[in-house]
Design a protein around this ligand. Structure first.
Ligand code: PLP
Length: 388
């Protein structure tokens, strides 16, 4: 049997392919530099330092952050969220969150409920991810110290109204942590226009960088207790971490090979513009939503319009197990999507799809309309098969 050309539609898990400049930049650093940044004073170490600075600067530009030093590098959004929650929350604090958070937010909060007796409350929302803003405001009134929300759901696809939430939270004295794992690089994020206090991002999804990269934007003046301590390359006589970001939060040798790739991907996105990426993905999402409507017995979850969602769609086909749909797509059509709970069980409870989950197709900047056509065609054939 000849294998069909592979079609990757799992960009919400990690983006593929990456821009050529990303591969080239990783290899160039590894082959031609190879030094540890922030540690030595020989030319190559200084060049590695420069590379990290340029990556920070490019990411700061993409996020609208005033200063590169406000961007702390981590190994993924999960680490960033852990630094934010565990560094910010104190014994007994109240936290408000949504009912569609990824486990990257939900699990650290659960641990802090047990360890620091924090109180976590969830905002009611619809199956399309629409939050009840009156309830948000009422709940914020109750001495909430942090609002922790995804900028967009990795299951429902809805975009959170961050601007409104930040205004409501700040008016009532609460800080805001935004989990931008699904938006950074693929959907406009501007921490100056929408002044979140902390914003976690990952490098390997919409930012088109290598896995093992990510970061946390921190509002100026906001100091967190550290999650890890160790060598930072400077102030070595002190037994304590430095006070200033980013060094305070970046103990240990960083993933400089990954950062080299992230610098290239951030530059690539700055050159083409996140608005152009968003426009392309919104167009493809529209085609996908329209196409899915034509597939018999298929239920699509989340907002109806591509305007209110990011480039992913979760769905189920009546009588067909989502895992089997995903396996058939791969085996018979060469199409890669992700089935299951997508590490966001609350979102699936909201949709009524727990515990089995759903199939999720997620678009990337390098997909084309013909990919959507091919995918919809394959689903039509699968839907016409006898039920499992
Ligand atoms: C909404 C959301 N938050 C957090 C994460 C965690 O990202 P990472 O695995 O890069 O830490 C993901 C990844 O799937 C996500 O979709």
């Amino acid at each position: 049997m000849t294998h069909p050309t592979p079609l990757y539609l799992d960009n919400a898990a990690t983006s593929y392919p990456k821009p050529d400049a990303v591969y080239a930049s990783v290899i160039k650093y590894m082959r031609e530099n190879g030094a540890s940044p922030g540690r030595g004073n020989y030319a190559r170490a200084l060049e590695a330092d420069r590379l990290v600075y340029e990556a920070r600067k490019a990411i700061a530009s993409l996020l609208g952050a005033p200063r590169p030093s406000q961007v702390i590098f981590t190994c993924n959004a999960t680490e960033s969220i852990n630094i934010a929650l565990k560094g910010y929350l104190r014994q007994g604090d109240r936290v408000l969150t949504t009912g569609y958070e990824h486990n990257a937010v939900a699990r650290p909060l659960k641990k802090l409920e047990d360890q620091r007796r924090i109180q976590v409350d969830r905002v009611p929302c619809t199956a399309e991810g629409a939050l009840d803003m009156e309830s948000v405001k009422a709940k914020l009134q109750d001495g909430v110290r942090l609002l922790a929300v995804s900028h967009a759901s990795n299951v429902i696809g809805c975009v959170t109204p961050l601007e409104e939430l930040v205004a409501a939270a700040h008016e009532r004295g609460a800080a805001v942590l935004a989990d931008a794992a699904q938006t950074a690089g693929a959907y406009p994020v501007d921490v100056t226009a929408v002044p979140v206090d902390m914003l976690a991002f990952t490098g390997h999804k919409g930012l088109l960088g290598p896995t093992g990269t990510g970061g946390l934007y921190l509002r100026k003046g906001l100091e967190l207790s550290t999650l890890k301590e160790g060598g930072t390359g400077g102030m070595s006589l002190s037994p304590f971490p430095p006070d200033d970001p980013p060094d305070r939060y970046e103990a240990g040798t960083m993933n400089i090979s990954g950062i080299a790739g992230l610098r290239a991907s951030a530059q690539y996105l700055l050159d083409i513009g996140v608005d152009a990426v968003r426009a392309h993905e919104a167009r493809l999402s529209g085609l996908l939503l329209d196409g899915l409507e034509s597939v018999p017995k298929l239920t699509c979850y989340g907002p109806r319009s591509a305007e209110n969602r990011i480039g992913l769609v979760s769905f189920n086909i009546e009588g067909h197990d989502p895992h089997k749909v995903s396996m058939r797509l791969d085996r018979d059509y060469g199409i890669m999507v992700r089935s299951g709970l997508h590490c966001a069980p609350e979102a699936h409870r909201l949709l009524g799809t727990a515990p089995i989950g759903a199939v999720r197709a997620s678009i990337g900047y390098f997909n084309q309309p013909s990919d959507i056509e091919r995918f919809v065609g394959a689903l039509g054939e699968i839907a016409s098969l006898p039920p499992d």
